[in-house]
Design a protein around this ligand. Structure first.
Ligand SMILES: Nc1ncnc2c1ncn2[C@@H]1O[C@H](COP(=O)(O)OP(=O)(O)OP(=O)(O)O)[C@@H](O)[C@H]1O
Length: 385
């Protein structure tokens, strides 16, 4: 890496993505958990320290042996334990320092933060990054804005649906419109939990997640009963289980119709939060937002997701004449069938682009700025996109 590079960091509810600006994909993609290894897992620790397998240039770490206690660092987009956050970052940055052949970070860092991140949490992370990890500069950008950048846009409605939380974020000329951001505290982890609860056979969380990735699909209409087919699914040990189509469609249906499933929500399901969010923006920008509804986050990769979302937005907004231009864009390569791999890392990719531009210096605070003021609150003086 040359001296001009920056690190880009996105710590989500299920995984951390981290790597250098200007690259196409994060070098590190690991679960956002810390693990206390039990006796039986001590041996595995040696392997875990080397960060597991390397898949397609991305390092991924598979945690969770039988007696390993795993604690999540982020819940529903919010850091729940800062000591664990530090431990997690130590492991992630060790890989980056390895790549730089350096024993300190000494580079600026761009953090993709969840929409609605509090000032207090932003300050806390700023302090940790400067004091514990000796980065040379810090900038924050809204993950939804970054995901939109990844699609080549600076205007649009970004629907993020990852693991812990879903957000509808309108963006205009590169800035989110905070008064109109809406969220649903449900996403992929709830889809997995629903499947797990309704499975007769006891299966590991990982197996249930694999089944979800392969078989979950959005039924064209509301309600779980649309698809009743049973599918035989082969587990890693070679045994098979029968998976009921009612559950593989209901598990995702709850995100579109939370009331029906008793899922707590303030503003309705995914289609409703997108529509209400656009509706609460100035009428002059609504046409742009309707014609650029962009998806990001792993859960939007579920089969049939964009078609179902489009139908739900239409149903909610039939009275708004601007809705006729509705266009749901799955990701940077548009509606190309079978291509959806960018959605899980869209915010990181947008960060990689932004941190390579001159704008990055304008939104960063330097170590000197931080030391001169002696307070992390200086971070709010720079634009948070
Ligand atoms: N092919 C797929 N089909 C359905 N769901 C998927 C697929 N691939 C990943 N997911 C789900 O996407 C979720 C992870 O997405 P992502 O990495 O965007 O979330 P995150 O950034 O960690 O969390 P959050 O943004 O909610 O804080 C998991 O629930 C995972 O099971």
């Amino acid at each position: 890496m040359d001296g001009d590079g920056a690190l880009v960091l996105d710590v989500g509810s299920s995984s951390v993505k981290c790597g250098f600006s200007g690259e196409d994909a994060p070098r590190v993609l690991v679960p956002s958990v810390v693990a206390s290894l039990g006796a039986r897992d001590q041996e595995r620790a040696k392997v875990l320290r080397r960060l597991g397998t390397i898949e397609g240039g991305v390092k991924s770490l598979n945690l969770g042996g039988e007696d390993t206690e795993v604690q999540h660092v982020v819940n529903r987009g919010k850091v729940v334990d800062w000591d664990n956050m530090e431990k997690l970052l130590e492991g992630v940055f060790a890989v980056e320092m390895d790549a730089m052949q350096s024993d300190s970070l000494s580079v600026p860092i761009l953090v993709a933060e969840s929409p609605n991140t509090s000032n207090e949490d932003r300050e806390k992370l700023t302090q940790i990054l400067f004091e514990n990890f000796k980065v040379s500069g810090v900038a924050f950008a809204n993950s939804a804005v970054l995901s939109l950048f990844a699609s080549g846009r600076t205007r649009g409605m970004l629907l993020e649906c990852g693991s812990g939380v879903s957000h509808a974020v309108p963006v205009f000329e590169g800035f989110s419109l905070p008064h109109a951001v809406l969220k649903l505290d449900a996403a992929g982890q709830d889809v997995t939990s629903y499947l797990q609860k309704n499975f007769r056979k006891q299966l590991s969380y990982q197996s249930i997640r694999d089944i979800k990735h392969e078989l979950a699909n959005c039924s064209p209409v509301s309600g779980p009963g649309a698809i009743t087919k049973k599918t035989e699914y082969e587990l890693p040990d070679g045994t098979t289980v029968l998976v009921d189509g009612i559950y593989t469609s209901a598990c995702i249906d709850q995100l579109f119709d939370p009331d029906e499933y008793g899922v707590e929500n303030l503003d309705g399901g995914l289609g409703e939060i997108v529509f209400k969010s656009i509706q609460s923006c100035d009428t002059d920008v609504q046409a742009d937002l309707f014609s650029n509804v962009v998806l990001a986050g792993g859960t939007t990769m579920t089969e049939g997701f964009s078609d179902r979302l489009k139908r739900e937005i239409m149903n909610n907004g039939s009275d708004n004449p601007q809705i006729s231009g509705l266009n749901v864009v799955p990701d940077a390569r548009g509606n190309e069938p079978g291509y959806n791999s960018q959605r899980k890392t869209a915010a990181w990719i947008g960060g990689s682009i932004l941190a390579s531009l001159d704008t990055f210096a304008k939104i960063s605070i330097s170590k000197q700025d931080y030391e001169d003021t002696g307070s992390a609150s200086i971070v709010h003086r720079k634009a948070v996109l």
